[in-house]
Design a protein around this ligand. Structure first.
Ligand SMILES: Nc1ncnc2c1ncn2[C@@H]1O[C@H](COP(=O)(O)OP(=O)(O)O)[C@@H](O)[C@H]1O
Ligand SMILES: [Mg+2]
Length: 242
């Protein structure tokens, strides 16, 4: 499978009044299409910064970032925005749904920014996305009328409604009870099985079990990356049959 994203020598520095923070230091990372990657490491080590760069929400201070083979820094702002809208889906820890819109309208939002998609097509895509996260029965509800787990399922529907090439999730279970967290993780597993490429940031070691590859970060660096690591649930299966 080809690389969907390729980072080479990427650094990210933040400047505030009298402080310079090197949030990412010389990051090399390639993610292939169809991979499920978990990124873990202590608070402040650069995980969210890395995900923001991957999702074109921010840009590197130096180094090269290629998305599907195209150097991102050579693209204009509009082109980057279009790439983000068409190819990238985000899931955040705090759901980030819009309180004044009902479930259907929240999920439809990314599609309304696309050119040439008519209302009927948007409706059918939204219905399909809500079905795949099991939230069809709450389509007229507003975010405040839903539990945290339900809100995150809606956020997953919003992230996948545009059929993105890359799904980015930043601590998606961080605000959820263990049961809701597990159901979101199962949802991501199913999306991956259906072909999605996923980068998941988490500090929950149990969440890492679902990913085929875990990248460990520390202090802005990637300190471990094992592309060949089998996820634990496969290993458990192997033990049973061995
Ligand atoms: N917008 C910003 N301005 C200044 N410093 C930032 C900004 N975003 C992140 N940082 C700093 O960069 C480092 C990495 O942050 P972050 O990527 O959020 O870590 P993580 O997600 O692993 O907890 C931290 O030291 C953080 O304080
Ligand atoms: Mg973070």
């Amino acid at each position: 499978m080809p690389d969907i994203v390729t980072l080479q020598g990427v650094c990210k520095t933040f400047h505030s009044a009298d402080l310079e923070t090197l949030a990412l230091a010389d990051i090399d990372l390639a993610v292939r299409q169809g991979e499920y990657l978990a990124i873990s490491g202590p608070s402040g080590c650069g995980k969210s910064t890395l995900l923001s760069l991957l999702g074109l929400l921010d840009s590197p201070s130096s180094g090269s970032y290629r998305f599907q083979g195209r150097e991102v820094s050579s693209l204009g702002r509009n082109e980057q925005a279009r790439l983000r809208n068409q190819h990238i889906g985000f899931i955040f820890q705090s759901f980030n749904l819009i309180g004044s819109l009902n479930v259907e309208d929240n999920v439809a939002l990314p599609l309304t920014y696309r050119d040439g998609m008519d209302k009927a097509e948007i409706r059918s895509r939204v219905r399909e996305a809500l079905e795949s996260v099991g939230m069809t029965h709450r389509r007229q509800h507003f975010p405040s009328q839903l539990s945290g787990g339900q809100q995150q399922r809606v956020a997953v529907a919003r992230a996948i409604v545009g059929r993105p090439s890359l799904l980015l999730a930043d601590e998606p279970t961080g605000n959820l009870d263990s049961r809701s967290a597990e159901s979101v993780m199962l949802l991501l597993r199913d999306l991956h099985a259906a072909g999605a490429t996923i980068c998941l940031v988490t500090h929950d070691p149990r969440a890492c079990e679902w990913a085929a590859r875990t990248v460990q970060m520390f202090d802005g660096h990637i300190v471990a990356d094992d592309p060949s690591a089998a996820p634990r649930h496969w290993l458990q299966g192997a033990e049973v049959t061995a």
